[in-house]
Design a protein around this ligand. Structure first.
Ligand SMILES: [Zn+2]
Length: 156
């Protein structure tokens, strides 16, 4: 068994779609970033790579490489996972994810996000847990400057 942790944060920006866990969520702002800025998918990808001891998302998909511009982060998660399976001979067991956002409330979209992430990891929805939290109006999350996500992933 191997465990990995991933953390990511992105700043809000007007005029972009908000994509979390592969799901487009209606909101007044999206997140800045080179890819689709899916903070949830990025945290899970780093946890998967961390568990395998295979570096991080920035090393595998450098933001200097134009082929990843506006890339679907769920697609990148799937690619990273397939490389872990092939190189490290490890399979996904489960993930537990916390999304930190003052706005929007993600509860309505959690099921769909679990489905998308499970699919990218060739697994079932029961192996992916997602919880939404506010930051009680404290810090950059609390001021609504951006969204952060923390993920723990187990591989075997
Ligand atoms: Zn990111």
């Amino acid at each position: 068994m191997r465990i990995g942790i991933g953390y990511d944060s992105h700043r809000f920006m007007e005029g972009r779609k908000l994509i979390l866990g592969g799901v487009e969520i209606p909101h007044t702002m999206g997140l800045t970033g080179h890819s689709d800025a899916d903070v949830v998918a990025h945290a899970v990808t780093d946890a998967v790579l961390g568990a395998a001891g295979m570096g991080d998302i920035g090393a595998m998909f450098p933001d200097t490489d134009p082929q990843w511009q506006n890339a679907s982060s769920i697609y990148l998660l799937n690619r990273a996972y397939l490389q872990v399976v092939e190189t490290a001979r490890l399979d996904f067991v489960n993930a537990d994810i916390t999304v930190l956002a003052e706005q929007p409330m993600i509860a309505l979209y959690v099921e769909e996000m679990r489905e998308k992430i499970a699919e990218a990891l060739l697994s079932g929805i029961s192996n992916v847990s997602i919880k939404g939290k506010t930051n009680e109006k404290m810090g950059f999350i609390g001021r609504g400057e951006g969204i952060a996500a923390i993920a723990v992933v187990l591989l075997e």
